[in-house]
Design a protein around this ligand. Structure first.
Ligand SMILES: *Cc1c(COP(=O)(O)O)cnc(C)c1O
Length: 330
């Protein structure tokens, strides 16, 4: 038994695993989906699994304020605001925006949940978000508060254990369902989810292939980022499992026009998928990744029988993009 760090129970678990119709797929491939979009309502999505570990650490350190960052429609920032409200903590969200945006989707929910929002430019977000969060931390400390900085996506060494624990859950469900998943596929946005799954796959000897489909940057960037994330996580364990860059399997090429920008084929895919499966994917993460997974499978590039895709959430990010689907109105 591997002893992972302490966590606070915040998510609605276990999440269901469902079989998809996936009528477009070649014979012999079964595709399943794990509904981590249903980890809660205010906290829905993958970030809450990571926050279970990160927020425990904040509490253990006696902190009373959570500072984090993300895009204007960050699912992670919204989940952090919800957790803070629930636990009676303050939250400060450093979001990428210029102030002209309507409060909608996740941004609106964060405000509704009582978060203090500080908007910063795209440039500052890219180059100085860490520094800016440190400045806010100092400012709040001077007022007698005890702030805790959660990095983008809660993707640090501790946060990754959320998906170590998710892998334990999957192994349990495999027994109940009498299926062995030979591949698990997940969207990669900051890499924390992927890191946790990969560590667990190796240490728990689950022996399946873990694929990440990146929706921004490129495979090299994420291999390195995930690799260093894994090293950071391993410091919390008393095992010295060896990981190498080759263990990290990133399928590149489905980021499209870039972070948060949708192409018409992706939107059409999301609409077709919703109609066929009764499941809503999001435009920023899971819509692109599932589009990519289907393309890979149709092209015969992934040789697996039972594939599990993890639906990491993102529904609220769809609403601000509703007008892009105007072609649907008929
Ligand atoms: C953040 C996010 C991801 C990416 O997860 P990472 O751990 O950051 O790689 C995927 N899907 C959704 C909906 C997200 O909000």
């Amino acid at each position: 038994m591997i002893k992972i760090p302490k966590f606070i129970s915040l998510a609605n678990l276990p999440t269901k695993i469902e079989k998809l119709k996936a009528s477009q797929l070649p014979e012999g491939i079964k595709l399943y989906i794990k509904r981590d979009d249903q980890t809660g309502m205010e906290v829905s999505g993958n970030k809450i699994r990571k926050l279970e570990f990160v927020v425990q650490d904040a509490i253990d350190k006696g902190c009373d304020t959570l500072i984090t960052c993300g895009g204007l429609q960050s699912n992670h920032a919204r989940a952090t605001a919800a957790v803070a409200a629930k636990l009676g903590l303050r939250s400060v969200l450093v979001l990428r925006g210029n102030g002209s945006e309507e409060p909608e989707g996740n941004y609106f929910l964060g405000l509704l949940l009582g978060a203090e929002v500080r908007l910063i430019s795209t440039e500052d977000y890219k180059n100085r978000r860490g520094e800016i969060m440190e400045e806010i931390k100092n400012e709040l400390s001077a007022k007698g508060l005890k702030p805790y900085i959660i990095p983008e996506g809660a993707s640090d060494g501790i946060g990754a254990f959320g998906y170590f624990k998710a892998m334990e859950e999957i192994i349990q469900q495999e027994e109940e369902l009498n299926i062995h998943f030979d591949a698990i596929v997940v969207t990669v946005g900051s890499g924390g989810t992927y890191s946790g799954l990969l560590i667990a796959n190796k240490l728990l000897k689950h022996d399946c292939e873990i694929y990440g489909i990146n929706i921004c940057d490129n495979a090299d960037y994420f291999k390195n980022r995930i690799y260093s994330n894994i090293q950071e996580s391993l410091r919390h364990l008393d095992t010295d499992a060896g990981f190498s860059l080759e263990d990290i399997n990133i399928i590149d090429g489905y980021g499209g026009e870039g972070y948060g920008i949708s192409r018409s084929e992706e939107l059409e895919f999301i609409a077709a998928f919703a109609k066929e499966e009764g499941i809503i994917l999001d435009p920023v993460y899971t819509g692109k990744a599932m589009y990519g997974l289907m393309a890979e499978l149709k092209a015969g590039r992934l040789q697996h029988k039972n594939i599990l895709f993890i639906h990491t959430g993102g529904l609220y990010g769809l609403f601000p993009k509703a007008e892009l689907f105007s072609g649907l109105k008929k």
